[in-house]
Design a protein around this ligand. Sequence first.
Ligand code: HXC
Length: 260
Amino acid sequence: MSQAPELITVRTEGRVGIVTLNRPKQLNALNNQLMDELGAALKAFDADAGIGCMIVTGSEKAFAAGADIGAMAKYTFADAYNGDYITRNWETIRSIRKPVIAAVSGFALGGGCELAMMCDFIIAADNAKFGQPEIKLGIIPGAGGTQRLPRAVGKSKAMDLVLTGRMMDATEAERAGLVSRVVPLDKLMDEALGAALTICEFSLPSVMAAKESVNRSFEGGLSDGVMFERRMFHAMFATEDQKEGMDAFVNKRKPVFTHR
Ligand code: HXC
């Protein structure tokens, strides 16, 4: 990163890179600067051999309450379309090859919910609230919400959320499959760090291949996805870590992976 970020904080914990969204007065409303800083921080961690997994989190009150409405309010269609306003830098996170966990407390609304869904999985605090309230602003989700939400929770609940703009709490989100775990608020970072540190112990080629393969299930058809997975599975047998992992299992010992 060329200069110190202003709207995020960045730290590491062992091999885990942690990015905290830090625009508290605006409930972490997402603007271009914040998204640029987030993208740059994640890319730097992705390129850092000392990092095996990342966490994106916000504040207790808000993971992120959406794209910055004040900044968008006066935009015309031409402003939005010509400048690719707000969405231009949202896809950076999709290019990250190492796992990214969203640790969500408080509001994850609109672009905030979409950002959480762009991460590989979501661990939620019990005070988390998810929603796509764009309909209330006379717009629709613009960062993949209409595509990722139905894949996560099914058509009926996605339509309900997108069309009514209502929020769902952490319990409902877990039941619907949007989040992988719900924990008490004061345990959120411990839980996310525990998951991240577990992932960091595994062989990085297998971790990245697993992520890439799961993501394939969301692109294209089932047959293509299954074939892609098969080829990646076969490729794993070219790694020393596969030999080590399976030898360790057969010999009832703990594996020591080389490529971490
Ligand atoms: C800009 C925001 C904001 C947002 C909150 N704030 N959300 N500013 N953009 N998305 C600001 C408020 O204006 C207020 O500033 C301060 O944060 C605190 O918010 P309050 O509303 O006072 O807090 P509270 O009463 O607790 O209500 C919380 C809330 C509400 C329910 C989350 O703020 C809310 O409904 N926010 C908007 C949610 C939303 O519509 N999100 C979707 C945005 S569109 P002041 O200066 O008054 O203290 C979107 C499109 C994505 O995300 C497209 C992606 C490319």
